[in-house]
Design a protein around this ligand. Sequence first.
Ligand SMILES: *Cc1c(COP(=O)(O)O)cnc(C)c1O
Length: 462
Amino acid sequence: MRYISTRGTAPVLNFEEAMLTGLARDGGLYVPEVIPQMGVADIARLEGLSYEAIAYRVMRPFVGGVFTDDEFEGIIARAYAGFGHAARAPLVQLDQGHFLLELFHGPTLAFKDFAMQLIGQMFQTALGRRGERVTIVGATSGDTGSAAIEAFRGLDNVDVFILYPHGRISEVQRRQMTTPVESNVHALAMDGDFDECQARLKDMFNDFAFRDEVKLAGVNSINWGRVLAQVVYYFSAAVSVGAPHRPVSFTVPTGNFGDIFAGYIAKRMGLPIDKLVVATNQNDILDRCLKGQGYHKGATVPSISPSMDIQVSSNFERALFDAYDREGPAIVQLMDELKAGGFEVSQGAMQVLQSHYASGRASEDETSATIASALATTGELLCPHSAVGVKVAEEHRVTGTPMITLATAHPAKFPDAVEQAATQRPPLPPRMADLYERAERVSRVPNDLQALISHIKGHRAA
Ligand SMILES: *Cc1c(COP(=O)(O)O)cnc(C)c1O
């Protein structure tokens, strides 16, 4: 299995290289050269299997010869062993034909654990075999960073540095990053917003001298290994409500477009998905773009669903790449225009995008109202991101086609917003009840590339 860059000029890599690299050297994102197919019979055979067994069958063809069958089976088993629910990704019914896919039973209570725990195990196996040590640097709007730190803490072959926007993440998110005691993890509170954190991260990857000196590796949502891990639960969920014998739709609370893009990959593999609905909060650049209004950056407005507060949605580049018939130069041009503020999508590309994706947005008031109404009618306490999804899903439901909304985080990760809306404070699960008592360790850093580089060089383990 070979991986190519969306900008067309970076080297073609295998799965292991694409995963360890993250961002391609031409600034693009790696995608598989061809998408493996699963036929109706292959999909039907997933019914009744464990999450791990489905994960193995869905992901195996993408990995190629990088891991042996036994190695890959072991990686998957270790990745999901620490989840707090036997089904890993249980489905609960909200209403006739509307289901909630609970993706928050991992160690940091957000869906990012599905990908990060798997990547941690894959890095460990691949780097151990190579006898190499890498420096992982990530930027987070809250959940990626805690998931990364949880996945890599104490592993022998990595240092992890996570940049987060100072003062703009929830206390639970911050504490999950600042309380691990292992010396290979480093939380960095940067002065700036999430887009600025992402921009400095990109700058570090584009500084090839630094990149090579510290063996920089990325695990942000652009990492192909992460997208791949997320493809699995589209299959497990769809099969449990009737696929491949009937089509299913999904609504996905979206920021960086990684999670919903995994749904698109599932569809391209052969899963009968009717609609993939992008749900945004008031930072609705993707909703506007998918409605044909172009992609134009504005200011990021902080919301009660902070993990979706973005203007530059990195993985959208992968969707554009396919919509533009996989022409690298077209993507290079769009991304240049984006640096200057934004771009228009061509008519042909817009048609392709709209054939796969629908979209909607939820205001702050609508999000809070949905938390309250879902609790009243179903007993389910939603986190604000999941509530954005449920609200938008309601607008896209069609009789006869099950709608599955992804619940991306546990309500206890955003207790203030949930309490305000539902007048109940969601408690942390017992296994992390002492989070508020643990000591914190964090470095405050400026929004400055050179300062960040010297901080990282100075704080790596030998
Ligand atoms: C990361 C995140 C999202 C957005 O996911 P993308 O893959 O970036 O689109 C939504 N909800 C929560 C809780 C998240 O942590």
